[in-house]
Design a binder for this molecule. Structure first.
Ligand code: C5P
Length: 401
């Protein structure tokens, strides 16, 4: 039996030439046993008729926000309530912009604003519309809010141009729908804060103190938690790894900014402090670029301790997340140091790893960790950082649910 059997998709069809592919998508969904209700925008109706959609979906097609019959038969709230997933295919630049900015001026956009169900978009538009900074900004805003996406693909377009913007094929959209609807989401409704990457502590406007953290482990943890359905706020220092899908990213530079962003993100059910936070900042950072003067001594940097973000958030109090996980990156006495950190910082778990140069862990693709809690020490084999993240997310999920 298909994983889609008995599930219901609300399919929003916006006005693009790819609307004709919606017919094939409906056929594939129906064949998999999935119920489909279509909402057609006014422009969508220029490309595909309600009659075609109704015949394929075997269900009434909705298009008008203020049609009395539609409102009494099935209001816009009820439409999304009855669905397991909302799919927007094709998702035009216009509907993505409306979704990003909360505009609700027709049935489709109103349903998308009113829903609390997962939403999957399949963007489809001309390459220049797709690459326009406005569309890119709207799309990343939506991705940051947890909107899921499939495509767009690169290829020849109806407008005789070539590039990214072509809607994903119906079979690809079907596969994306299957993966959303069949994946268990044990962390749905839970909020988790994750810190990741290094911090930069300014010396002057152009120079800073930093470390070798890549953000790979923290970003993978954020992605793994989001895959389990958590709402994730990722507070990230400067990194070059891409933003994980479906995660709200807060970009910061210094430890002080990281603490403020974590506090602003509270309340949370759990917090994972994977960032390599600088322990000290420069107290005498210069307002202008420090000049190299012939014959004068090198400037002396006066360092003062940074706030401890983990210890601050883990301190007892009403805002403390239920589960607080810290990291211990050490080069000596790993377990002893990690155990003392667990107590000193009032963390529930410490993920300890040896970052001696020969391990290649700091900045590398793999990690070898020990998970330390009041229950004892558990040592995991050397694994890809993504696999470490998946296992840790599964443990967090067990602890929270
Ligand atoms: O004390 P140490 O820096 O080794 O502690 C590491 C753990 O504490 C990590 O989880 C790190 O993210 C966190 N930390 C912090 N704020 C600091 C220093 C470290 O949150 N200023």
């Amino acid at each position: 039996m298909s994983s889609l059997s008995g599930k219901r998709v609300l399919l929003v069809i916006a006005g693009g030439i790819a609307a004709f592919k919606a017919a094939e998508l409906i056929r594939l969904l129906r064949r998999a046993g999935c119920g489909v209700t279509c909402v057609l925008t006014e422009n969508g109706g220029q490309f595909v008729t309600p009659l075609t959609l109704q015949a394929l979906s075997e269900t009434k097609v909705y298009s008008e926000l203020f049609s009395l019959t539609d409102e009494s038969e099935m209001g816009h709230i009820q439409l999304s309530r009855a669905a397991d997933l909302l799919v927007v295919a094709p998702a035009t630049a216009n509907i993505l912009a409306k979704m990003a900015h909360g505009i609700a001026d027709d049935l489709a956009s109103t349903v998308l604003l009113a829903t609390d169900k997962p939403v999957l978009v399949a963007p489809a538009m001309n390459v220049r519309m797709w690459l326009h900074p406005a569309t890119q900004a709207n799309f990343s805003l939506l991705r940051g809010r947890g909107i899921l996406a499939v495509g767009p693909n690169e290829g020849a377009m109806a407008c005789n141009e070539f590039g990214p913007g072509r809607m994903a094929e119906p079979a690809e959209i079907l596969a994306a729908i299957e993966s959303v609807l069949s994946a268990p989401k044990p962390l749905a409704g839970k909020h988790v804060i994750v810190t990741s990457g290094p911090t930069h502590e300014p010396i002057d406007p152009v120079r800073y103190i930093a470390n070798r953290s890549s953000g790979r482990q923290g970003h993978s943890i954020a992605a793994a938690l989001a895959e389990l359905g958590a709402r994730v706020t990722l507070v990230s220092g400067p990194v070059s790894v891409p933003d994980p899908a479906g995660v709200a990213v807060r970009r910061i530079e210094s430890a002080a900014e990281m603490l403020a962003a974590c506090q602003a993100a509270l309340p949370a059910d759990a917090a994972v402090f994977a960032a390599a936070v600088a322990d000290w900042r420069v107290a005498n950072a210069a307002g202008g670029k420090i000049k190299k003067q012939p014959g004068t001594a090198a400037p002396a940097l006066e360092l003062v301790p940074n706030p401890d973000i983990l210890a601050t958030i883990a301190a007892p109090g009403p805002a403390r997340p239920r589960l607080v996980v810290g990291f211990a990156a050490e080069t000596d006495d790993l377990l002893a140091n990690a155990q003392s950190k667990l107590k000193r910082k009032n963390a529930d778990w410490i993920v300890a790893n040896d970052v001696s140069a020969e391990t290649g862990i700091m900045g590398g693709a793999e990690n070898e960790i020990s998970l330390i809690s009041a229950a004892g020490v558990e040592t995991w084999p050397r694994l890809d950082k993504q696999e470490v993240a998946r296992r840790l997310a599964a443990r967090i999920s067990e602890a929270l649910t």
